[in-house]
Design a protein around this ligand. Structure first.
Ligand code: GLN
Length: 473
């Protein structure tokens, strides 16, 4: 497969027309329609952008670092063309008047959004099955989940309609579908990428990030979308280095921490042996493997589901039938307008989370749940900081089990929340995390998760790229 960099250089030199690349992407979207990766496709918009790009090249203008790259955008990130639904009935016909900052940056770099991808409703889920418009299908095996919540973005890349896509990750929603679909998915440090135009789920945890076939391609995409944005006060003013600078530099001198808590009870033995084999290969290649400890990890899922639902209950209060939303028919009064719109518009999982979040924030319970969760969040962050005194990156599986069968996790709420055991702590601590395919279990890929220090994405990409080459399947 040709790298994104090579593909871009062909468009920049004129060897390939952006229009032809986009046509091919649209063609493949059509052929893979049954996978339900996309909630909407933007053919006219994308072809117009592609022609404009080709026209600029013909005039001798220099094109950007993602010239002519067709890209799929998770449907909770706003694009000023077409709809943004968050896979919810309540936003079924919502059209954004503006582009998210990441979309503006993609367009400025020459990338071309071709469609909006399917997801769990409002990104709440780990399987993509809470989508109000039908779940996307894993192209590797239709009987297993594609992962969630950014399942459509992972399926779009894995099924070859686009080389890269954007997802969002609040507690694992980029890393988990990447693991299930056998591709690379990366969640940047909290604040690395602007959230302006990302429909908020849990604002202190949400981050936009790339999906790609390779670590190098993901790094190239992050180069374009990262950096401070005056529209998002939580976006960092830290300098943005070239994230591809460490690609090809190998593992020498790098230390990889293995948290002992991640390799005990609950981890499938076959997944464990794939992960251990990948780490042994790293050691042979010159990396130092050290055991580290994250004692608070066992509280991460509980902590996450208090904080994420609390923030969600506040964020989702804006869908009131007055602004943004599909409105209930003939309400008798204002209260009924709100109540019926929300009852009819939200799916069961979203309602469950609004109720839980409202409960943990209510007076009398606030101290016992929300405040307590904030304190544990701090302990989790400190545990990671301690681990990083001994190593450069931390490694663990992305998922504890082989890719689950469709329906299995979704029907069991406890199983659904436990799916997040290895991923949510990374969001609570605001760290960058990446999942890459590490090997196969029962014929399907399983993900290795690598986690870096805050804002050390360059190093995380360097190590991940080296590991990717070692475990190449
Ligand atoms: N599975 C987690 C949840 O349902 C994470 C989702 C996400 O990262 N958006 O909250």
């Amino acid at each position: 497969m040709i790298s994104l960099k090579e593909q871009v250089s062909k468009v920049r030199s004129g060897e390939t027309q952006a229009e032809a690349v986009v046509k091919e992407a649209l063609n493949q979207i059509g052929k893979t329609q049954h996978l339900k990766a996309y909630l909407s496709v933007l053919p006219e918009y994308a072809l117009e952008k592609a022609r404009a790009l080709d026209g600029r090249r013909e005039k001798g203008e220099a094109l950007g670092p993602l010239a002519g790259v067709p890209i799929a955008i998770k449907d909770n990130i706003v694009v000023s063309s077409g709809k943004t639904t968050c896979a919810s009935r309540i936003l079924e016909n919502f059209q954004s008047p503006y582009d998210a900052t990441v979309v503006e940056r993609l367009l400025a770099a020459g990338a071309i959004p071709v469609g909006k991808t399917n997801l769990d409703e409002f990104a709440m889920g780990a399987t993509s099955e809470t989508s109000a418009f039908g779940a996307p299908i894993n192209p590797l095996d239709p009987t297993v989940i594609p992962g969630g919540s950014s399942g459509g973005s992972a399926v779009a890349v894995a099924s070859g309609s686009v080389p890269v896509s954007l997802g969002s990750d609040t507690g694992g929603s980029i890393r988990q579908p990447a693991a299930c679909c056998g591709i690379v998915g990366m969640k940047p440090t909290y604040g690395r990428v602007s959230r302006y135009g990302l429909v908020a789920y849990a604002s202190s945890l949400d981050q936009i990030g790339p999906f790609a076939h390779t670590v190098a391609d993901a790094a190239l995409l992050l180069n374009v979308i990262a950096g401070h944005d005056k529209h998002d006060n939580t976006s960092s003013t830290q300098e943005v280095p070239d994230f591809t600078a460490g690609i090809g530099k190998g593992l020498k001198g790098k230390s990889i921490g293995i948290p002992k808590e991640c390799f005990g009870e609950g981890l499938d033995p076959e997944v464990e042996s794939v992960i251990r084999a990948a780490l042994a290969a790293c050691e042979r290649e010159g990396a130092k493997i050290v055991e580290v400890s994250l004692p608070s990890l066992k509280y991460a899922v509980a902590t996450y589901y208090v904080i994420a639902t609390a923030e969600a209950s506040a964020n989702l209060s804006r869908y009131d039938g007055v602004r943004y939303t599909t409105r209930t028919q003939s309400p008798k009064n204002l209260y009924e307008l709100y109540a019926k719109t929300r009852s009819e518009g939200f799916g069961a999982e979203v309602k469950k989370r609004i109720l839980l979040g409202t409960y943990v924030l209510s007076s009398g319970f606030y101290d016992a749940y929300y405040m307590q969760a904030q304190k544990v969040r701090r302990v989790i962050t400190d545990d990671y900081a301690n681990a990083f005194k001994q190593c450069d990156v931390v490694a663990m599986p992305t998922l504890a089990t082989p890719t689950p069968k469709v329906g299995k996790v979704f029907q069991d709420p406890m199983a659904m929340y436990l799916q997040d055991i290895y991923t949510v702590a990374v969001n609570l601590a605001g760290l960058p995390g990446l999942s890459l395919p590490a090997g196969k279990v029962a014929g399907l890929p399983t993900g290795l998760q690598l986690i870096g220090r805050p804002f050390a994405e360059q190093e995380l990409f360097q190590v991940s790229d080296a590991v990717e080459k070692l475990v190449a399947m």
